[in-house]
Design a protein around this ligand. Structure first.
Ligand code: ADP
Ligand code: ADP
Length: 230
């Protein structure tokens, strides 16, 4: 059973760059798919089309049975089911960790403040930051900020998590702590699409690896097959 289906997706930017040239891929419930490929190959664009941060020119995207290209679809509703974590953590600088995590559930979902805070504290524990609830982003390391960003995405109880180079902006010593949180999510059965250069993570955690080049999927394979020495 597929939770993500992308069919013949074409994305051309207004400047004429063809970032995606008829890309088709799908992801099953609970699957972890890692997307690799050279810079500029369309990885980030593909990820952004999956929750319609980038509208597409041609093709179709179906998330959990709902077509994003159907004009009747409420895109914002579907987007709530898809959590996204960016290279730059994008936390709200004037809010502490707890407030960053509770803001979307309380405003978008109308969850009560006490309920949202209870969930946020559980999520902070999950990402190993139970003692940093009142810290502001500027008081946290990059690795800690990224873990708060993951907790913030999880607070909306998404069915899918998209990660766009989540460790690329981190100092090397902080990469491991973020990957550990992602591994835990994968083990718990979260459906994940991860753009990353961390080949160890791909080998260890991915069910499938997609290799992109120049706006096309060149190969899709299990990590064992893809990384096999020729
Ligand atoms: P990757 O994530 O693999 O590095 P991207 O998806 O970011 O690749 O980019 C794919 C191509 O699309 C690149 O040529 C990039 O310069 C171009 N591109 C990305 N975003 C935009 C944009 N907003 N406007 C124009 N071109 C873009
Ligand atoms: P990433 O691969 O993480 O998206 P990029 O440096 O490719 O990083 O893109 C950063 C931002 O700049 C994105 O919002 C992307 O859409 C935009 N962008 C990338 N390439 C271009 C381009 N050639 N023209 C305009 N915007 C671009």
């Amino acid at each position: 059973k597929k939770i993500i289906i992308a069919k013949d997706v074409v994305k051309t930017f207004p400047n004429g760059v063809k970032a995606l040239k008829k890309v088709s891929m799908d992801v099953s419930y609970g699957e972890v798919v890692v997307v690799i490929g050279p810079s500029g190959s369309g990885k980030s664009t593909l990820l952004r089309t999956l929750n319609f941060l980038e509208p597409i020119n041609e093709g179709e995207i179906i998330i959990d049975g709902i077509s994003l290209t159907d004009p009747k679809t409420n895109i914002n509703k579907v987007r709530e089911e898809v959590g996204m974590v960016f290279q730059q953590f994008n936390l709200f600088p004037h809010m502490n960790a707890l407030e960053n995590i509770t803001i979307a559930p309380t405003t978008v979902r109308k969850v009560s403040k006490s309920e949202a805070e209870k969930t946020a504290i559980q999520l902070l524990e999950k990402v190993g930051l139970a003692d940093r609830a009142t810290s502001f982003p500027s008081q946290l390391s990059g690795g800690q900020q990224q873990r708060v960003a993951i907790a913030r995405a999880l607070a909306m109880k998404p069915k899918i998590m998209l990660f766009d180079e989540p460790t690329s902006a981190l100092d090397p010593e902080m990469i491991g702590e973020v990957l550990e949180v992602m591994k835990t999510l994968a083990k718990e059965g979260m459906t994940m699409v991860v753009v990353t250069h961390e080949m160890g993570f791909a080998r260890e955690v991915a069910d499938r690896v997609i290799f992109m080049d120049e706006g096309e999927i060149i190969e899709t394979n299990t990590p064992i097959e893809l990384f096999k020495n020729p």
